[in-house]
Design a protein around this ligand. Structure first.
Ligand SMILES: C[S@@+](CC[C@H](N)C(=O)[O-])C[C@H]1O[C@@H](n2cnc3c(N)ncnc32)[C@H](O)[C@@H]1O
Length: 286
């Protein structure tokens, strides 16, 4: 039955139309349309399949049409929804933070492995953004003492909200800092970072990632400038036998290995992601 303010279009018709409209811009038009419509209805995706013949209200359809218009410009679904799953957490995301990527879960896996035998590990997450890495580690290791820093006050506000949302506020200390500038601890067991690493000339910066903060994505010296700072000052903040783990571009693995060698780290190793691209490099402060 249709309500008085319901529209003449059914949920399945609305989805079909939106899917067609998104085909040119999105790699996943059907999924995008479902996520966005479910959000406007304040329901889950199953609801759309259970009640395809239901009619959305005018407000719900307006919300959906607005989302589809924005998505047609390549605007990310995660920013429209305001959240993104990462690890086991559903993280709040705004335009002030990078949208956490599934590739970064590899860094979390490696980090958890490196600290598995350490009681109350002291961890530093540099450039925490939404808090993705720090909070994923905190959610797995309630004994960890974690510092998460970012230069962006706005990003830290989002990270803080995420810590509250997941009841991890007592597990992570947030610090506004230009990399190590305000970090006074000198005996971390683990330093992790997914820093900006894209060459400012890289044409990818003009694609869909153009909606994400440039300071979270691009770094000078062909994307290596921030990575070099992270490596250069890591020794003075790591315990002996502490680990440094850095995420980087698929074509930067050799350069990161070389930089680690230049700053007296021995035996650095790369790890490949599920697409067989070396995206993580780690080393130990021997
Ligand atoms: C690639 S994003 C990573 C965000 C998050 N760690 C993740 O994996 O989703 C890089 C982060 O580094 C931060 N950043 C950039 N320059 C910085 C600096 N000089 N000092 C501290 N953080 C910085 C950005 O604000 C951004 O949040």
């Amino acid at each position: 039955m249709q309500h008085s303010n319901s529209t003449s279009i059914s949920l399945s018709q609305a989805l079909k139309k939106a899917c067609f409209e998104l085909e040119k811009t999105s790699d996943s038009p059907a999924l995008d349309a479902e996520l966005l419509l479910a959000h406007c209805l304040n329901k889950n995706q199953t609801y759309l399949h259970t009640w395809p013949e239901k009619h959305p209200s005018e407000e719900q359809l307006d919300c959906f049409n607005l989302f589809i218009e924005k998505r047609k410009t390549d605007y990310p679904v995660a920013y429209l929804l305001g959240h993104k799953p990462f690890w086991t957490l559903d993280l709040i995301v705004t335009e002030d933070v990078l949208i956490p990527r599934p590739e970064t879960e590899l860094l979390v896996e490696v980090a958890l492995d490196k600290i598995k035998h350490i009681n109350k590990p002291k961890i530093l997450d540099l450039g925490t953004g939404s808090g993705a890495i720090a909070l994923a580690l905190a959610s797995e290791r309630s004994d960890a003492v974690i510092t998460a820093s970012d230069a962006s006050e706005k990003a830290l506000a989002v990270a803080h909200q995420n810590a509250k949302k997941h009841d991890l506020i007592n597990n992570v200390e947030f610090v506004q800092s230009d990399w190590y500038e305000k970090i006074t601890t000198t005996d971390f067991d683990l330093i992790v970072s997914n820093p900006p690493y894209i060459d400012p000339q890289d044409p990818h910066l003009k694609t869909t990632i153009r909606f994400e903060p440039l300071h979270a994505l691009a770094a000078s010296n062909q994307g290596l400038a921030d990575i070099e700072i992270l490596i250069q000052d890591a020794k003075s903040h790591l315990k002996k036998d502490g680990f440094l783990i850095i995420e980087h571009g698929f074509d930067q693995a050799e350069c990161v290995i070389k930089l680690m060698g230049d700053y007296q780290f021995s035996n650095p190793k790369n790890m490949a992601d599920l697409n067989h691209n070396p995206r993580i490099t780690f080393t130990m402060n021997e």
